[in-house]
Design a protein around this ligand. Structure first.
Ligand code: HPA
Length: 277
């Protein structure tokens, strides 16, 4: 079998196994939880838990705080499939391994993806602890999960990335935040491979390109989702100021500390967004 068809077959097989484990639940929204944001999964009601390791062809999470399981159940009155932990490129995963669970979500019929992360704030008008709805991204990972998926791939190779972050979902998220009185920004996210944090010179360059936030995930997932026509909402928690901004020198400890502090608002906000969808 050609490599593209192996990928297609692997997605189908993984989707079949996952579907069986969901015991009749039919998720409408997929949610990927970033660093320190995993506790939202504990608010999912009537939940089943499926470790990534139980799904054929899926890699498992090795990053701190990324549990590495699917949680399926009810949140905000809707059936959701949550990834409590994600797969990063910096863990040694290929772009297609990072994208794989997104394609599996699509294969089981999920039309909408909410992807979240902890990010460094480049925009100096942002503060640590603020939320930012992604309006667009700059994929600076140097990677793309769709490379090598054609011919006879899972979808057509060329597709537009205009409005990749769905304008209606962005408006809905902004509305939900306003109603809850949780201030949010809207900005351009820049994704890198990591795992080293950026240098101050890199952050100055990214600022001049129009980036507002920076982190080590999301872009490959969003490219994969748009490849198969899923609607996407992206949201960051600004867990730190980016390197060199106001003298900042980011650390993993700060990321988790801020995520813990902002967890209640993050959970309220995402739950409300799902409810309003
Ligand atoms: N840079 C890259 N990734 C990150 C950051 C950052 O400042 N904060 C959280 N994830």
């Amino acid at each position: 079998m050609s490599e593209e068809n192996v990928l297609k077959e692997n997605i189908r097989e993984a989707a079949y196994h996952l579907k069986v484990k969901l015991e009749g639940r039919v998720p409408e929204v997929g949610i990927i939880l970033g660093s320190g944001l995993g506790p939202l999964a504990e608010q999912v009601e009537d939940a089943v838990f499926v470790p990534f390791a139980e799904i054929p062809h899926m890699k498992t999470s090795t990053a701190t705080g990324h549990v590495g399981r699917f949680v399926c159940g009810t949140l905000g009155g809707k059936c959701v499939l949550v990834m409590q932990g994600r797969l990063h490129g910096y863990e040694g995963n290929t772009p297609q391994e990072v994208a794989f669970p997104v394609w599996v979500m699509h294969e089981i019929g999920i039309p909408t993806l909410i992807t979240t992360n902890a990010a460094g704030a480049i925009n100096e008008t942002y503060a640590v602890g603020d939320f930012c709805i992604m309006s667009d991204h700059i994929n600076f990972t140097g990677r793309n999960p769709v490379v090598g998926t054609e011919p006879n791939g899972i979808a057509f190779r060329f597709f537009s990335m205009k409005d990749a972050y769905d304008p209606e979902l962005r408006a809905l998220a902004q509305n939900a935040a306003d109603e809850l009185d949780v201030p949010v920004h809207e900005g351009v996210y820049l994704g890198l491979l990591g795992p080293s944090f950026e240098t101050p010179a890199e952050i100055r360059a990214f600022k001049s390109w129009g980036a507002d936030t920076v982190a080590m995930s999301v872009c490959e997932e969003v490219i994969a989702a748009r490849h198969v026509g899923m609607r996407v909402l992206g949201m960051s928690l600004c867990s730190n100021m980016a390197c060199g901004i106001e003298g900042a020198s980011p650390s993993d400890e700060e990321v988790f500390e801020v995520a813990k502090r902002r967890e209640p608002d993050f959970c309220r906000l995402v739950t409300r967004i799902v409810q309003d969808m």
